[in-house]
Ligand binder design. Structure first.
Ligand code: HEM
Length: 421
């Protein structure tokens, strides 16, 4: 049995720490050096909900255990998404007031959120997954068959990025030969540092305009045709989109590209890295492909490709005995909730046949729970199935380079060699 470290439902004295401090987990180096685990463990033990003041992102609350994270997400009227969903404030996006902020429903509250989510949600039903599965399987197989043998290569580039890009291209029915543009645009759109830096700021805006023009062309082509099942056509022909301006159309497209990109990519990189680290578990999977559906969930939990989501209090509120004030920023650390010892036995370990592995928080919870979750799960399941079909094993040959951020939790580069079993 996992031991209950602390009953988070009991009020506790609020611990406030001032940066610089170990508990300022906005520091990117703890992720690049892969040493965030004991820091969050200590917070879960000593003060699961605590406050950090004076960080380079200002003051914020850390919410580090499973139940309070769910609780906050279940109260979207009190804990709003509209001021931003990462530790960065909206003003960080436009330091000189020149940046265009595109409306995206992930950063909206009800009722606008509900209306816009409704437009894209039908693209992710089980029936749509069945429709896309053959295409995704074929592309995944082609990618695996094209990988170098007997030499090291970068798994992030040749597999994780390639397959994620292909998956998004299938979702949008995006011109296949141009599919890497989706990655390129996502990298520029999603990296706020690039808009902070005066040298890259102009370049970023230029690239976003190019992206806008490209999608405008797709819109113009598809608006003339009958409705098709791809996401762009679906948006064009939906009731809600008819009254939507082009900014909203573009905002939603970028949300889908950025939302699906780093996340799915890093779950596939996490699969390669995690199973290399837990070789006994890998052997279990190689001996029993029926474990694949549960393994997909466990690998997503273990990686947790988005470390946090942020909420902002719309009113004063008491959260498990802690006094939250209107305007306070709360960071919901999925990366820590998914390692909560009271919910997951041996949480730092990958256990592919873990009971109810799908109870993790990596897709969030409540009204904003990831709309693309089924697609990401499908892509990961197909990758594992096609690997099993070919009896392929990934051996990581050197420590990967990790993303320097407290939001996207993942890998920049991971050199591997393919083996067979
Ligand atoms: C929302 C994670 C894949 C599109 C979210 C949220 C998380 C998340 C944590 C926010 C939940 C919240 O605020 O409560 C992930 C992970 C993925 C993944 C870990 C892969 C393993 C995808 C894919 C797409 C996508 C493939 C689309 C192609 C979105 C969108 C939202 C969202 C549009 C906003 C939903 C809303 O606000 O209602 N995702 N995601 N995601 N995700 Fe994903």
């Amino acid at each position: 049995m996992a031991t209950a470290i602390r009953d988070t439902e009991q009020p506790q004295e609020t611990v406030v720490v001032e940066a610089p401090h170990e508990w300022d987990v906005s520091r990117p180096e703890i992720y690049t050096e892969d040493r965030w685990q004991p820091i969050f463990k200590e917070m879960r033990e000593k003060a699961p909900i605590n406050k950090v003041t004076g960080s380079s992102f200002g003051d914020y609350w850390n919410v580090t255990t499973y139940t309070p994270i769910q609780h906050v997400e279940a109260l979207p009227d009190i804990y709003s998404s509209a001021d931003g969903i990462t530790i960065l404030d909206d003003s960080d996006f436009s330091p000189e007031g020149e940046e265009i902020i595109l409306p995206m429903f992930i950063a909206m509250d009800r009722p606008q959120h509900t209306d816009q989510r409704r437009v894209v949600a039908p693209a992710f039903t089980p029936a749509e997954m069945t429709r896309m599965a053959d295409d995704i399987r074929r592309r995944t197989g082609e990618t695996l068959d094209s990988l170098p043998r007997g030499e090291a290569f970068d798994w992030v580039d040749l597999v994780s990025i390639e397959l994620t890009t292909g998956m998004l291209a299938i979702l949008f029915d995006f011109p296949w030969e141009d599919r890497r543009l989706l990655t390129y645009w996502s990298d520029w759109a999603g990296d706020v540092e690039l808009s902070h830096n005066p040298e890259t700021r102009e370049e970023r805006l230029k690239i976003l305009f190019e992206m806008g023009a490209y999608f405008q062309n797709l819109w113009d082509e598809r608006v003339k045709k009958d409705e098709a099942p791809d996401l762009i056509s679906r948006m064009i022909h939906s009731e809600a989109m008819r009254d939507m301006d082009q900014f909203t159309y573009m905002g939603n497209l970028i949300l889908l590209i950025v939302g699906g990109n780093d996340t799915t990519r890093n779950s596939m990189s996490g699969f390669a890295y995690g199973l290399d680290k837990f070789a006994d578990e890998r052997a279990k999977l190689e001996g029993n492909p029926d474990l694949i559906p549960n393994a997909v969930q466990e690998l997503i939990r273990w990686q947790t490709p988005l470390a946090h989501m942020r909420r902002t209090a719309t009113q004063d509120h008491e959260l498990f005995g802690h006094q939250i004030s209107e305007g306070d920023k709360l960071l919901l650390w999925y990366i820590s909730g998914n390692r909560d010892e009271t919910k997951f036995e041996r949480p730092d370990d990958i256990i592919l046949d873990r009971d109810k592995a799908g109870r993790h928080l990596a897709f969030g919870y409540g009204i904003h729970r990831c709309v693309g979750a089924r697609l990401a799960e499908l892509q990961l399941r197909i990758l594992l199935e096609e690997m099993a079909e070919r009896r392929l094993r990934v051996n990581v040959v050197e420590e990967p380079e990790r993303v320097a951020a407290c939001f996207v939790h993942g890998y920049r580069k991971m050199m591997v060699e393919l083996g067979e079993y």
